[in-house]
Design a protein around this ligand. Sequence first.
Ligand code: MLT
Length: 296
Amino acid sequence: MKVLISDGLSKAGQEILENAGIECVNQFYTPEELVENIKDYECILVRSATKVPKEAIDAGVKLICIARGGAGIDNIDHQYAKTKGIPTLNTPAANSASVAELAIAHMFALARFLHKSNVTMREGKWNKKEYKGIELNGKTLGLVGCGKIGQLTAGIANALGMKVIGYDPYIKEAAGIEMVSFDDLLKRADFVSLHVPKQPEPVIGAKEIAKMKDGAYIINCARGGVVDETALLDALNSGKVAGAGLDVYVEEPTRNMELVSHPNVSVTPHVGASTNEAQERVGTEIAEKIVAALKG
Ligand code: MLT
């Protein structure tokens, strides 16, 4: 049996597959090439770069399962795969700590101008007077989505002395988080951080931003499009939103240079899960699930 590893897999994960007698092919294909080549594989393993649409699933005549090293499966047409009896496997919690830490890192960057001073000092500038920041201690963090990642973010924020409020239609209580209505959260939070799956419509658009505190911050390490990029840019330009920390974008790689080069935006290129620890956990967990599906 053969697994197409499209966006990489940890060494430990690959060893688990090979020890089970599964051949691993590390190859990234363009969407057209993928449709041409997927017929040779019992499983395709992706992260976020490779999309697995209906056409690829139809062409994958030998597919027993589709695997995603990570939490979100929005880059796979998993509903369609299900209708064909092909399950989509993922690792829902393996990278939660890494994503939570990145969300907090963006908060620190914005609060203390790290994203700016890292650039200007390399240009030989000493802009000490321009970087009078704020403390996170004492500020209110509003978590939109209080699942595993939200709860881990809350734990770190609590330790920093932040008051944490949260909104989640599916979760009624969580340690260290005062659950509130969505409107209440928007009104009260100094930092709004999103921890929700991809949605058909933005969760934060112009209407929601209008309800936020003047000078609040928005952090999106969840999925591109859960924050409306046009509304965010308008709010950054008007000063309504003081800053944004972004790891994910409507289009990836993003071409929205006006947004990512905005002076009040701290950016990373979808690296929420990109730590040694998360990739070890993701790799091992997804490899074990693939072995069970192919050999079970
Ligand atoms: C996830 O859904 O867990 C992450 O987006 C994974 C990734 O970075 O590829």
